[in-house]
Design a protein around this ligand. Structure first.
Ligand code: NFS
Ligand code: SF4
Length: 670
């Protein structure tokens, strides 16, 4: 738990935090409907109800000291040193936690990378089958990526270059030897260190497979050696699968630039057909964007009594359509059930990742049609519209048509009034442009601001939400304290959605929350102090931005020299662990909240939180309290500033309770 009690925020009822307070969303003159009591009565449950039923949680599981890797087990280590200290095979606590941790990294890397593979397929469709509906939108980015992948582009058609880029990208997944090409985007010093440690990924799939092999019964029994492979798999995600996903999505759907949007459940429409797209792959959501504007379907919607079609997103797919189209975000991962509970959702369309298996049961209580679209992610009780890159537009049309036909089945509707403006779309290209202007497009101005001390440093605050802690709170508290200390914050994933809802992603929030120096920079450039860079695969944008900062000069020779830090305050997914490890292996100090399932071995924890620093320049920390987390990050940034000789005696602004109350009072009424 965080240091602050739930009650301090007046949010004892988790569900109420998101504005399920009955009737505020109702239109004037209408009879207010409060379905909250009704759904409680009908036995409708949410993630918070189920989380409570899981307490007290299994301590062995929380500490990471249980092993099911073979059938001589399951085995567990007694953390108090009284009972068994070895599994049946002889595995110690550090072997068990290292294997479990390694497998989490492998699973996370697999998820991001399999997404990347699908994007490469979509790019191939765009190149070879334009009738699929996909096309190259950013030819400039295509050339840039072609160059990195060693694909010739002079005097060739866009289609031919795109086909070769897609082919080259696909080859990286199955590559067996050598080095994956994208690591060359990292600073030279960093690459050299990876080579010394022999952790440059040889291919994406290969590293995932090798981690599974090494952690099966009876193979790798050296926790440090397991973690070398942990770094290699993680790097094959950050500088491989995720980066391929991001770069190729930009080619296909456009490189994001600043765009206005709205966020929170209040974006659901009272009089339009609401289609919620939830999951991760923009190959699907981009087609839904087109289908939702289809003239025939709009006419059908009118016929059914709706004023239009309102496409909104949940989770990372929401970030993708926000960044590229300014479409609204209904919420982050913990709001997927709440969206259905409004009674206003005609269709919830899902693909892969972070989709709760609770949805079909929940949808039964409302008129919402849950539609799965991926052969990889089916849910019993959902309608399945198989989506492939070949039949993309046709399927998207069918889905939207289904949703429209469902509109007359709507019952009582209770949409919370809350929604908030935001500006998103800060790809590393956009940051270059914003800070540098057309002619000076570079990271020099950012570095100058850091060297002069106006900006203390940069923090990446990313990752999931977790029902073990008050929804969104750690994200928001952490980010507020960072920007008050002149730390520019870059965000992705559900964390970005959390802070957007809190109003931190509008330029005006600089005056309200940021320290003097950061506010001044934001005012000059017209940007918010908290930059939304996209979905979780877009953490690769942050890796590239950090590399560009190194190349721009003045802040050392490596990512590990930069005054930067990372955090995932409310993480839950294995994907977050893969991200954490690739940031650490890239030289970034990274703090996770809500515990880490390795605490059952002090040796292993020491390896992650101390020994990693001398090997990789980056290291882990675990700190559930947002205020202390901010302290760790700012102290680290100050340490780096000092090493660079740019500390100029800047002290951290300490947040006492008084200041925190003051900040809370400045929060705009939602
Ligand atoms: Ni990231 Fe995106 Fe959210 Fe966590 Fe899930 S949606 S890929 S994993 S929960 S941030
Ligand atoms: Fe137990 Fe070893 Fe088998 Fe794990 S691998 S279940 S510790 S015997």
């Amino acid at each position: 738990m965080t240091g602050q009690s739930v009650d301090e925020y007046g949010s004892g009822n988790q569900v109420d935090i998101e504005g399920r307070q009955g009737t505020q969303g109702d239109m004037p003159g209408e009879k207010p409907v409060n379905i909250t009591a009704q759904f409680r009565q009908a036995g409708v449950e949410t993630v918070w109800d189920r989380s409570e039923l899981q307490t007290p949680r299994c301590g062995f599981g929380e500490l990471g000291v249980c092993c099911r890797n073979c059938n001589m087990g399951p085995c567990r280590i007694d953390p108090f040193g009284e009972g068994a200290q070895r599994g049946v095979c002889g595995a110690t606590a550090e072997i068990i936690v290292a294997r479990n941790f390694g497998r989490m990294i492998a699973a996370g890397a697999a998820a991001h990378s399999d997404h990347g593979r699908d994007v490469a397929h979509a790019l191939m469709q765009a190149a070879r089958h334009p009738e699929s509906g996909y096309a190259v939108k950013d030819a400039g980015k295509l050339r840039k990526v072609a160059k990195t992948l060693g694909v010739a582009f002079e005097n060739r058609t866009t289609a031919d270059v795109a086909a070769d880029v897609a082919q080259a990208a696909l080859a990286i997944f199955g590559q067996q030897e050598g080095e994956i090409p994208l690591v060359r985007l990292a600073p030279e010093t960093r690459q050299a260190q990876w080579r010394r440690l022999n952790i440059v990924p040889r291919g994406i799939d290969r590293e995932v497979v090798e981690m599974m092999h090494r952690t099966t019964m009876g193979v790798d029994h050296d926790h440090r050696n397991i973690m070398l492979q942990g770094s290699r798999v993680a790097l094959s995600d950050g500088w491989g699968g995720s980066m391929i996903a991001t770069e190729l999505q930009d080619i296909l759907f456009g490189t994001p630039s600043p765009v206005r949007g709205r966020v929170n459940l209040g974006v659901l429409s009272r009089d339009e057909v609401n289609v919620v797209v939830h999951g991760h792959e923009p190959a699907l959501s981009e087609m839904l964007v087109v289908a939702a504007r289809d003239g025939e379907l709009l006419a059908l919607a009118k016929e059914k009594g709706a004023k239009g079609i309102n496409l909104v997103g949940i989770c990372c797919t929401a970030n993708e359509i926000l960044l590229r189209h300014g479409l609204p975000i209904a919420g982050n991962v913990l709001q997927q059930e709440l969206a259905v509970i409004t009674g206003a959702v005609e269709a919830m369309v899902v693909d892969v990742q972070c989709i709760m298996p609770s949805l079909p049961e929940l949808c039964k209580c409302f008129h919402t049609r849950l539609m799965t679209t991926s052969s990889k992610g089916r849910i019993e009780g959902a309608f399945h519209h198989e989506f492939s890159e070949e039949n993309a537009y046709q399927t998207a049309r069918e889905i939207v048509q289904d949703a429209v036909m469902n509109f007359p089945n709507r019952g009582a509707v209770d949409i919370p009034g809350e929604s908030m403006d935001l500006v998103a779309g800060f790809s590393h290209e956009a940051i270059t442009y914003m800070l540098g202007g057309t002619f000076r497009g570079s990271y020099h101005p950012l570095n100058d601001n850091i060297i002069s001390g106006r900006i203390r440093g940069v923090a990446g605050v990313v990752g999931c939400c977790n029902p073990k802690v008050p929804h969104d709170r750690s994200h928001v508290d952490l980010v507020k304290e960072l920007i008050a200390n002149d730390v520019l914050v870059v965000q992705t994933g559900c964390s970005a959605i959390a802070c957007a809802k809190a109003g931190l992603m509008v330029p005006e929030s600089a005056e309200r929350y940021a320290g003097k120096g950061l506010a001044e920079v934001c005012r000059t450039v017209g940007m918010p102090p908290v930059l939304h860079s996209g979905s979780c695969v877009d953490n690769s944008r942050i890796l590239i931005a950090l590399s560009e900062m190194v190349k721009a000069g003045g802040l050392g020779n490596d990512i590990s020299d930069l005054p930067v830090a990372g955090a995932a305050p409310e993480w839950m997914s294995e994907k977050a662990v893969a991200i954490g490890q690739y940031f650490v292996a890239s030289g970034v100090f990274t703090v996770f909240g809500v515990g880490l399932p390795v605490m059952g071995s002090e040796l292993f924890l020491r390896h992650l939180c101390v020994e990693h620093e001398s090997m990789l320049g980056g290291k882990w920390a675990v700190e559930p309290d947002a205020h202390r987390m901010a302290g760790l990050m700012i102290d680290h940034i100050n340490k780096k500033r000092k090493a660079l000789g740019i500390d100029q005696g800047r002290e951290r602004v300490l947040f006492d309770m008084e200041m925190r109350r003051e900040l809370a009072a400045k929060e705009p009424a939602a």
